[in-house]
Design a protein around this ligand. Sequence first.
Ligand code: GLY
Length: 433
Amino acid sequence: MRRKLFVTLLLLLATAVSAFERQPNADYRARRQRLAAQLGNGVLVLFAPTEAEGQNATSGFRQNEDFYYLTGWREPGAALLVAPKPYTEILFLPAHNASQERWTGPKLGAESPDARKQTGFDHIDVLDHLRDELVRVLPSPQATVYSDISDSGATASTIPLAWLRRANAFPNYTSMRDVSSIVGALRLSKDGGEIAFIRKATDASVEAHKAAMRAAKPGMTENELAALMRYEFEKRGCEVPAYAPIVGSGYNSTVLHYSENSGTLAAGDLVVLDVAGEYSYYASDITRTLPVNGKFTPRQREIYDIVLGAQRAAIDAFKAGSSTIGRTSESSLYKVAYDYINTHGKDAHGQPLGQYFIHGLSHYVGLEVHDSGDTAKPLEPGAVFTIEPGIYIPEERLGVRIEDIFMVGVGGTLVELSAGLPKTAEDVENAMK
Ligand code: GLY
C-alpha cells in the first residue's frame, strides 16, 4: 500500500512543469524518421548516460547531445531503439529506484499513463526489455547496429553494448557502426524550434554584454565582470554558460582560451569578453573587446578596425550554397578574413598582421558551442555559425576578437542573430559612457 502511494506521488510529481523549454514532440519524431531513412538495413541503439556518467560538478546531469537531439529526453539512463523497416521506435526508461529517487527526484516510468504524451513516443518500455525488442527487430541474414561508438574512448553506450553482446543480442552476422556522423549531418541544419532557442540564448547574452559595457572600469577584476555577465544571462532564462567564460584583460587578451579570469582591469588595457549563455541546451557564442577606461588608444583603435573590417569582408563575401567555414576550400570565409588582416596594418617590425590571426574564423553552434558538422560543406539554410576574426599581439599586450553568431535563413540570406550588440569602436565607446 505504501509502495502504491509512493508510486502515485512519483507520477504526480513527474508531470510537474520543467523550466527548460522543449520543442513539440513531433519535431523530435521527425528527426528520428529522417535518421531511420538513412539506416538502410540497420537499427539504431543509443544509450543515454547514467546519472553518474552525465554529472557535471557545477551544473548537474546533462543529457548526451545526440540522444537529446533525437528524443528531447533529458533524464539519465534511458535508451532509444529505432528500426526503419517496418518503422519502429521505442524509448526505454529505467525502472523506478525508490532509494535513488530520494536523491534525484521523481522520474517518469514506462508504466505512467502520461508517458506517451510527455515523450512523444507511441511505444515506451522498461529498460529491462531492450534485449528482447532488439532481437525481435534485428534484420537477418545481415544486420548493422548503429550506436555511439567512438574511437576515442568509452561512451555512454560502451558498457550496455558489451553487456548485450555477452547476452547474445547480436547474431554473428551483425556489424557495428558509429552513428555520430549521420546524426551530426542532421544536426547541421537547425529547424525553427532550435533557432528559437539559439535566439533566446543570444538575446540574453547580448544583454549580458551590454551590462558589461556599462560596468567595466579600471580596478574591477576579470572574474567580477564574468560573474556579472553570468547573472545577466541567467536571469533572462539561460541555465548555464555555454562555455567557460573568457574575460581577459591586458596580456590576457592575447590568450585564446584564457578562462582563469583572475586579473584586474587596468586603465589603458583592452579586455576581451568571450561570454555567452545556453538556453534549453542551445548555445550562443559572442565576443566583444572593450577599452577598460572607455576609450580606445589610436593603436588599439587601428587594430580593432582591422578586425571589424575582416568580419565585414567575410560577411560581404558570404554566398549560400558555396561559402564554407573550413580553412581549406576555395570559397572559405576564413581565407577572406585572413587576406583582409594580412593586407591591413603592420606589427612593430613592419610585418603583416596575418601571423597574429591564430585561430579559425568560424565554428557551427547548436547543442554544443562547437557543434558537429562538416566544415568543408557549403553553408545552406539552417546552418548556425560564428564569424570571429581576431588579432593577438602579445608583445603589445593587445588582443582583439569580435565574434557574432549568424544563421543562414530561408532563401540563403545571412542573418546576424547578435545584431543588437554595439560593435563599431565608436558604438562600443558610447555604450561604455
Ligand atoms: N567562444 C568560445 C569557444 O569558441 O570555445
